[in-house]
Design a protein around this ligand. Structure first.
Ligand code: MN
Length: 202
């Protein structure tokens, strides 16, 4: 049997991000949605293995697509949880290296925040806004991801992600994605973003 993925525990209590993100959202989002991506990725790997062994016939293109969707969902959520922290320990503007890089590459934190927010608010349907380190230019860049299939971003390290699937906000913010995006800045864990940057910046 191939190696499998597993659901990482949340690095804080389900209600730790309140009032910005409710306990109910965090429970469903972590225990149901993220778990489903883990289960889906493992199921796809198992199908691929059975197909190799002649135990099962599969549509390899469909299964690989399914694998990518689920494993990308798993990875993005595994970054998303520690990207956030309780409001008392999060939010504001970043110091450290990540603060310097954002100033250099985006012309200041306020300009970065406005453009990242625009990226998050305008994702068509479900998806993500991401801050990445681009190793070819050794600088920080933004991207928007529809759903969560993004193999074209190979090798660009994700530093900060914002989940704008409806399951991330609908129970609390209904259809007001912009209000959720604004509230989310209060729980951004800049020290986690900084430590991700320090790992690529070696
Ligand atoms: Mn999600």
């Amino acid at each position: 049997m191939a190696k499998t993925y597993s659901l990482p525990p949340l690095p804080y209590d389900y209600k730790a991000l309140e009032p910005h993100i409710s306990e109910q959202i965090m429970k469903l989002h972590h225990d149901k949605h993220h778990q489903a991506y883990v289960t889906g990725a493992n199921a796809a790997l198992e199908k691929l293995e059975k197909a190799r062994n002649g135990e099962m016939q599969i549509d390899v293109r469909a299964v690989l697509r399914d694998y990518s969707f689920n494993v990308d969902g798993h990875i993005l959520h595994s970054i998303f949880w520690p990207n956030m922290a309780p409001p008392g320990k999060a939010g504001g503007s970043p110091g450290g290296a990540v603060g310097d890089w954002i100033s250099r590459d985006f012309g200041g934190f306020d300009k970065f925040k406005a453009q990242f927010s625009d990226a998050a608010k305008t994702v068509e349907g479900s998806g993500w806004a991401l801050l990445l380190h681009d190793p070819w230019t050794d600088s920080l860049v933004l991207t928007q991801v529809e759903k969560q299939n993004f193999m074209h971003l190979a090798q660009m390290t994700i530093l900060l992600g914002l989940d704008v699937w409806e399951h991330a906000y609908y129970l609390q913010y209904w259809n007001d994605r912009a209000k959720y995006v604004e509230a989310w800045w209060n729980v951004v864990n800049w020290s986690d973003v900084d430590s991700r940057l320090s790992k690529v910046n070696k």
